[in-house]
Design a protein around this ligand. Structure first.
Ligand SMILES: [Zn+2]
Length: 82
């Protein structure tokens, strides 16, 4: 009765998707446990938005992804020092 199951927009799996706070736009954000990407369900339905706004969101998502990757790959970094 809550919501339809949310599928990851990248890998289309639904069994590892968790709520991941709320975006500045007010949309519910989700984090996929499989591909470690965050996305918004509403974003999928509004894929025809003006490019400018899409760019902003893409930029924002990229930053999010980078910070997420950073926190996930702290161990990698120390291993990559040559
Ligand atoms: Zn995924």
């Amino acid at each position: 009765m809550f919501n339809k199951k949310v599928l990851c927009r990248y890998c289309f799996r639904g069994n590892a998707v968790k709520k991941h706070g709320t975006a500045p736009s007010g949309y519910q954000r989700y984090l996929c446990g499989h591909c470690k990407r965050t996305f918004q369900r509403e974003y999928i339905y509004n894929a025809y938005k003006p490019p400018e706004e899409l760019e902003k969101k893409r930029e924002y998502l990229n930053k999010e992804r980078l910070s997420l990757l950073k926190s996930l790959s702290n161990i990698d970094k120390s291993g990559m020092v040559n």
